[in-house]
Structures are given as structure tokens and as C-alpha cells.
Ligand binder design. Structure first.
Ligand code: SAM
Ligand code: SF4
Length: 385
């Protein structure tokens, strides 16, 4: 059923499951560090985990590395250096490799940034969240606004010519004016890339159990609409649901997810997706989530918590779910190449959505209409298996 000319581009995701403190809105696999960070053991575990994955990607070149969390910047530059050197020794890397490290302003200092850069990190992603101390307090953040501003300045001073700032809106008791003031203050820091997320209440978080007082839907809509104009005025083009950047500064690693590329996932709870052109399958794997279980099993089969092959219907849905987050739309030949499926799988759904005014379609290029972009969830539901 699946036929691939060649596997899609390959990325590497590395998960760091610790934070100084757990934020009440966060459902990422992150644990308060409480005690000494098992830095050396974790780096060794990551490299053993990678070794185990190598046969599945033999001869393929990695285009981007993303160290996410949790808070990877809790790790010392020496540990990141050992890790990146270990990866270089094991995997062919693209000459223009993008290497991102997520940092939390609370655990960041300029000296560390420069040393991360020397270790091979060429893109930082800094979790600012807000530049209003009251809102930072409500979000349970460990840093204040001044430290967040300093982190952005330090990134530039350390020589990073590519950094992202994460900002959230629709925060507890946030007014529209406050949300826009926050956004303007972040724009003034001149990041190369901005990830601007609406705060959501995720199951299994403190905020979900005891919801704070959030702006209503009309206010959220106003924040989004007016914020997007502000971003556009300052040259930040929206290219994905929450991602904005100037020319040449789009995040290559995330683009690979959204274009349904392949990725290895190493670290506690990390997910991977690998296409085997020879076998004609797309395989998903995920690792043990708890850091203790992961550390005890890394490098052995026990480290893999689950693994499965995607069916054709699931592949179609996952492609749409990712690809339609991008504003640019897609061509049917890209669908065929990434999914190994014939276009007949896609065409009837696209034609129905075209009929309902959610997509435009010229026989090759599939593109959201304004309505399709505005009601993206309704559009995506049509691709459900
Ligand atoms: C893994 S965290 C970032 C790294 C770092 N630990 C930090 O918090 O600064 C990724 C980003 O997802 C966003 N995020 C996390 N939980 C969210 C939620 N419930 N709603 C919206 N955005 C969220 C935040 O902007 C956060 O910076
Ligand atoms: S610091 Fe980041 S990853 Fe850690 S709990 Fe807070 S939002 Fe989640």
C-alpha cells in the first residue's frame, strides 16, 4: 500500500525532563528537579538511546537538532558539548544543521549562552511567557520580566543571530491592552522568531483542576486579531498557527514536523517517527516517560514504551493535522512523497472541503480559504480516520 521513492528529511529531537519547578499550566513531560541533576548519567543514557536507533536511519543525514523540555538549560554547557560531540560521532549531520536549545530565563546567564554556542548550539528558544510581573507570578514562573529581558539581550550579546522568544496570551485576568503591551515589549527585543501561544487549560495540570479567571472568547479573539496586525506591522509573518518570523528565520526543525518529515526522538518520553522506504512502513515509537525508568532502561528494548506502524488512514490524518497548521498549503505530490500513498486517498476529502468553502483546490495545490484557516479544527476533523 505504501510506496516511497525516498524517505523524507530527518530531524533529531532530544527531551530533557527536568525543570526547577513545575508550572501550573504545563502538561509537558517535566519534573521538578528536587536534588542533584543526574547530568552525566542522562547524557550517557541519551547516547545509548541514540545508538539503539541508528540501524533505523542508516546513511541518512540529520537536518536539525532540537533540545527541548523541560528545561535543557539546566544542563551545563559541558554536558551539552559532550552530547553534541557524541551525536556528531554517530550520525551524519547536514552542513547547515540547525541546533536549537530551549532555555528558561530563570536558569540562564550570559556566560552559559556563549558556551552553548561554542558547543554547537546555533539557535536559542527562550521561554519569556510574559513581560508583566503580575502575570508571571500568576503563571508560577521562576523569573521576573527584567530577567526575561536580560536573557534575550544576553542571547544577542553571546553572538546568537537566530533566537526565538515564547510568549503566551489570554493569561489569568489579562486585559486586551495588557496582552498587546506584552507583545509590543517582546517585539521591541527584536527576536528573529516569535512563538505566540494562547494559554490553554490542559488536562492533568493544576490550572485544569482549579481554573484561573481567563479572558472570555471575544477578548481572546480581539487579542489574537489585533496582535497579529501588530506582528505583521513589525515584519513577523505568520507561517503556522502560533509561529511568526521574518524571511529566512523560520524554525527548520518545527517545519519538518509540520511537513510530516521524519524524526528520531531520544530522551524520557520522546516520540519518534521513522519511514522505512524498504519495508514500506511509517513507524512511531515513544520512550519511557519517567526519568527514573528511562535512566534505568536507556539503550535496551525496555526503554521503548510503545511502537506501532501507521495505517493508511492514520497517515492521511496525521499528514493533514500537521501540514494544515502551515499557512502555505500543500501540493498533492508532496502528500504522495511524504505519505507513500496515492492521491486518491486525499482527493475526495479535499473536494468535499472545497465544496464547503474551507479549502481551495486547483487539481494539485491545496490551500485553506480564510474560513478554513479560521475554523481549522472543523477542517481537520474531516480527515479523521
Ligand atoms: C517546553 S516549554 C518551553 C521551555 C521552558 N521550559 C520554559 O517554560 O520557558 C514550551 C512552550 O510551550 C508553551 N506552553 C506550555 N504550556 C502551555 C499551555 N498550557 N498553553 C499554551 N502554551 C503553553 C510555553 O510558551 C512554553 O515556553
Ligand atoms: S519551565 Fe517550561 S517545561 Fe518546565 S514546567 Fe514550566 S512551562 Fe513546563
Amino acid at each position: 500500500m505504501f510506496r516511497f521513492q525516498a524517505p523524507p528529511p530527518l530531524a533529531l529531537y532530544i527531551h530533557f525532563p527536568w525543570c526547577e519547578r513545575k508550572c501550573p499550566y504545563c502538561d509537558f513531560n517535566s519534573h521538578a528537579v528536587g536534588g542533584e541533576l543526574p547530568e552525566r548519567q542522562y547524557v550517557e543514557a541519551l547516547l545509548s538511546d541514540l545508538e539503539q536507533e541508528l540501524p533505523a536511519v542508516w546513511g541518512r543525514t540529520v537536518q536539525s537538532i532540537f533540545m527541548g523540555g523541560g528545561t535543557p538549560s539546566l544542563f551545563s554547557p559541558q554536558a551539552i558539548d559532550t552530547l553534541l560531540s557524541g551525536i556528531r560521532a554517530r550520525l551524519p549531520l547536514h552542513p547547515g544543521l540547525e541546533v536549537t536549545l530551549e532555555t528558561n530565563p530563570g536558569s540562564a546567564e550570559q556566560a552559559k549562552f556563549a558556551a552553548y554556542r561554542r558547543a554547537g548550539v546555533n539557535r536559542l528558544s527562550i521561554g519569556v511567557q510574559s513581560l508583566n510581573d503580575t502575570h508571571l507570578g500568576a503563571l508560577g514562573r521562576i523569573h521576573n520580566a527584567q530577567q526575561a529581558v536580560q536573557a534575550a539581550r544576553s542571547a544577542r550579546q553571546a553572538g546568537f543571530d537566530n533566537f526565538n522568544l515564547d510568549l503566551m496570551f489570554a493569561l489569568p485576568q489579562q486585559s486586551i491592552t495588557q496582552a498587546l503591551t506584552d507583545l509590543q515589549a517582546v517585539i521591541d527585543l527584536q527576536p528573529d522568531h516569535l512563538s505566540w501561544y494562547q494559554l490553554t487549560l490542559e488536562p492533568n495540570t493544576l490550572f485544569h483542576a482549579r481554573p484561573p479567571d481567563l479572558p472570555d472568547d471575544d477578548e481572546k479573539w480581539d487579542m489574537l486579531y489585533r496582535g497579529q496586525s501588530l506582528l505583521a506591522e513589525h515584519g513577523y509573518t505568520q507561517y503556522e498557527v502560533s509561529a511568526y518570523a521574518g524571511d529566512g528565520k523560520r524554525c527548520r526543525h518545527n517545519l519538518n514536523y509540520w511537513k510530516f518529515g521524519d524524526y528520531l526522538g531520544i530522551g524520557a518520553g520522546a516520540h519518534g517517527k521513522i519511514t522505512s522506504a524498504a519495508e514500506g512502513v511509517i513507524r512511531r515509537t515513544w520512550k519511557r516517560r519517567h526519568p527514573k525508568d528511562y535512566l534505568a532502561s536507556a539503550g535496551s528494548r525496555q526503554c521503548i514504551d510503545g511502537e506501532r506502524e501507521l495505517s493508511a488512514a492514520e497517515t492521511l490524518f496525521e499528514f493533514a493535522l500537521n501540514r494544515l497548521r502551515l499557512k502555505q498549503g500543500f501540493e498533492l505530490n508532496e502528500f504522495e512523497a511524504a505519505c507513500g500513498l496515492q492521491r486518491d486517498w486525499m482527493i475526495p476529502i479535499v473536494q468535499q472541503a472545497q465544496h464547503d468553502g474551507l479549502l481551495s483546490f486547483d487539481g494539485e495545490l491545496v490551500q485553506h480559504t480564510d474560513q478554513g484557516w479560521q475554523f481549522l479544527n472543523d477542517l481537520l476533523e474531516r480527515f479523521l480516520p
